[in-house]
Design a protein around this ligand. Structure first.
Ligand SMILES: Cc1ncc(COP(=O)(O)O)c(C=O)c1O
Length: 480
């Protein structure tokens, strides 16, 4: 009797065993409180209404509530109702591994998807199908570039949704985007490349991957029309890494002429463009612009990921590689054991062929679009002198601040209020020209739906506090 129920205004997936209703309801609620799906303070429905929703007797729910209260997972007071107790959050915080070493608050850093929306049931069904149906050959040592079946499925999907010029022979499935980026960087270094240009604003972790492959990383200026690709003509570089559909993290929509210029430069210089198409499926105001790769499939290496549409834990990414780089890609993948695991690939293949991937992307798009709209409304209503900028796309945008604002004060105020925010400056590499006006990168993807409004309220409060010169909020303790 698996199903999804609305608990305290939020959808919660509960697996109930019809033969042991009380015990399985208890187990399901305890697990949800322990792993954080039900957060401390969440009000549970009255036993009568939950019983009606679940189609079970009221006393079964009441017994489960009583026992969980005795164990300390729930609290209840006559007349006030039942809610998730504080201790359950403490247990969660202690057991959940913090990302980047910091305790997890509400996370509004750029580019992180809502992992609570992972399509658990669809994925579990696909995993079961894959495990039952996979031929023995799929369980052995497969081709370095990944399963032929998934590569063919991806070729169809990428051509249909992103206009990528692809066939299975030039696709490689990797252990996430990072492995694809590292592999192509090593391929280029092996062929003699020494330097690569990267947009001056981007992820330090990606720059580190390029450096680890032996490439020197040179910043390329980003202005209101995207990366200033004309500068490539005078930079001593052999390749460039771009986010040509939606610049990360400024959110700028790269101008069509810049895309053409990037490809023309690569063709003239015998260089390569690495296209990071991390969120190309998420465009809200109009049809998504197609992949740059289709303009020059022999000069552009296309990289994509399942992290934004499904979840980072899926750990699958893909590369569409120019013909002349395919053999080198195979060698580097094999040499560094960058292969994606076979059963996971088979699962994604089943999931995509059943069109569950398309459905998931459509659902995520609707949710993220609505978050983006709510964010724009909240900023307009609550933050004088600030504005939201960046394309209506993806999982992030900028909140541009008054010229004298200090990003670090806002990030610090966010930390005090329990929301992780990052300033645009923290993504910057080197000096390439005039610094952009101060801004906060807001990633509206990460919080689960029932926490989004709280995260937004706190972000607005943090920005207000960080802008308020008279306030101590956001000032390091030692400076007070
Ligand atoms: C701009 C950009 N590119 C690529 C990725 C990589 O995705 P992953 O390494 O999770 O596959 C991310 C993830 O945050 C991103 O923000």
């Amino acid at each position: 009797m698996p199903n999804t129920w609305a608990i305290g205004g939020l959808d919660l997936h509960l697996e109930l065993d019809s033969r042991r209703k009380s015990a399985s309801l208890e187990d399901a609620l305890r697990a949800a409180a322990r792993d954080g799906r039900l957060e401390a303070g969440t009000r549970l429905p009255a036993s009568r209404s939950l019983a009606a929703d679940l189609g079970i007797a009221r006393n079964v729910v009441a017994q489960a509530y009583t026992r969980l209260a005795a164990e300390g997972w729930l609290e209840s007071r006559v007349g006030a109702g039942t809610w998730v107790a504080e201790r359950s959050t403490a247990a969660t915080a202690a057991s959940a591994p913090p990302r980047d070493g910091a305790p997890l608050a509400l996370d509004l850093r750029g580019g992180i998807p809502d992992a609570s929306a992972f399509p658990r049931r669809g994925w579990a069904t696909a995993a079961r199908r894959a495990a039952l149906d996979a031929p023995a050959s799929a369980l052995g040592y497969g081709p370095a570039r990944g399963s032929m079946a998934l590569r063919a499925t991806l070729a169809e999907y990428l051509a249909r949704t992103r206009g990528v010029w692809a066939n299975g022979d030039r696709i490689a499935v990797t252990h996430g985007f990072g492995a694809a980026l590292g592999t192509i960087a090593r391929v280029l270094a092996e062929r003699g490349a020494r330097r690569i240009a990267v947009e001056e604003y981007g992820h330090e972790s990606h720059r580190a991957i390029l450096r680890a492959a032996g490439l020197e990383v040179i910043p390329l200026r980003v202005d209101g029309e995207g990366a200033v690709v004309a500068a490539l003509e005078t930079l001593p570089v052999d390749a460039v890494l771009l986010t040509p559909a939606h610049q990360f993290p400024t959110g700028v929509a790269p101008a069509p002429s810049r895309r053409l210029d990037a490809v023309a430069w690569a063709e003239r210089a015998g260089a390569f463009v690495i296209e990071d198409d991390y969120d190309g499926e998420f465009r809200y105001d109009r049809l998504a612009i197609g992949a740059l790769q289709s303009l020059a499939p022999e000069r552009v290496v296309y990289l994509g990921t399942a992290s934004k549409s499904l979840a980072p834990a899926v750990g699958l990414g893909w590369a569409v590689v120019p013909e002349r780089l395919v053999a080198g890609f195979d060698e580097q993948l094999a040499a560094t054991a960058g292969l994606a695991d076979g059963l996971n690939q088979a699962t994604l293949d089943v999931f995509m062929r059943a069109h569950d991937y398309d459905r998931t992307v459509r659902r995520r798009r609707a949710e993220y679009r609505s978050r983006r709209e709510r964010l724009e409304i909240a900023v307009a209503a609550g933050l004088e002198g600030c504005r939201v900028s960046g394309m209506r796309a993806g999982l992030h945008c900028l909140v541009e601040l008054p010229a004298d604002a200090e990003e670090h004060r806002i990030a610090a105020a966010g930390a005090r209020l329990g929301v992780r925010l990052s300033g645009l400056g923290s993504y910057r590499l080197g000096e390439t020209g005039p610094k952009r006006a101060p801004a906060i990168v807001i990633g509206y993807g990460a919080p689960p739906p029932h926490r989004f409004e709280t995260a937004l309220d706190r972000a607005i409060a943090a920005i207000r506090a960080g802008l308020d010169r008279g306030s101590n909020e956001g000032r390091p303790a030692a400076a007070r």
